[in-house]
Write a protein that binds this ligand. Sequence first.
Ligand SMILES: Nc1ncnc2c1ncn2[C@@H]1O[C@H](COP(=O)(O)OP(=O)(O)O)[C@@H](O)[C@H]1O
Ligand SMILES: [Mg+2]
Length: 307
Amino acid sequence: MASGELSCKGLTKVYSASNGRKALDSVDVRIPSRGIFSLIGMNGAGKTTLVRILATQLEPTSGAASIDGIDVVSQAARLRERIATVPQEARTVPWMTPKQTVLSYLMWRGTSYADASAKASEVLGRVGLGQQENVLTRRLSGGMKRKTLVATVLASEADIVFLDEPTTGLDPISRKELWAYLGTLAKDRFVILTTHYLEEAEELASCIGIMHMGRLVGLGSLDDLRASVKQQYSIRISAGSAVPEVKEGAVTRSRSGEAQILTTEAEAYGLSRLLLDAGAKFSMSKISLDDIFFHLVNRGDDEVSRR
Ligand SMILES: Nc1ncnc2c1ncn2[C@@H]1O[C@H](COP(=O)(O)OP(=O)(O)O)[C@@H](O)[C@H]1O
Ligand SMILES: [Mg+2]
């Protein structure tokens, strides 16, 4: 393995049909190519565009990107040997079984029938589909179909895996089950995972990229992202309790009347004493990825509107 890094420099994409609008706008990334790199952002943020460029399926308009020193444009064929993808629109074929799905994928990648057959059964067993490997996928639940797709990349020899929203639309239990397999998948591979479930990135990712309107507005581990936000503490005050005056920070109120204060560690300490003395009902925690996301995305909007 070469330099062990995912690198993007000024990566920009303007689709021909988009009147010059940048789907990806000067994205810079330099992170180790291991573990799970999770891209989060709202619909249209540019996640799929970035994934497709890195997976050598789409060429950037300008800028450059490489994984382990292999350029995604000039050395695409070489990189492709190491890549497997489950695209956002991927579906299982209804009249194929999980076994046939994984087997045909492996054979398409060049594995012999005997090896592919053995590998398919082994991996389906590992993702908990051993009992269903010969059942038509149209008879399987959404979670099982998604596991079948994840099993294809797990069975391949590819060590760079792209999963574009693999858990969107799954029920919470199937989603949690799939998380466990994604953790396994990432043990000896580099997984690039897009999601709009922030808790998924929080749970799985070693590195998180926050995208908004084509730009990367945050990059790093959850702790790095926390550290990039000045107000690292969140205080939630139940409806009905008075909210103390906040010198440094922001106060928001939910529709139910609950107030949330984002503030610095020093001020959080003082505020919690005031709240305790007043007998208020409240809780205090470090900010979550949700809080960071809304903070960075709102700041992004300000910057965009000022330009
Ligand atoms: N093939 C395409 N042609 C023109 N515009 C596109 C195409 N694919 C995506 N876009 C636009 O590029 C932007 C980013 O889209 P996308 O990368 O799919 O975002 P995400 O995956 O975060 O939802 C959106 O404004 C989208 O409408
Ligand atoms: Mg997408």
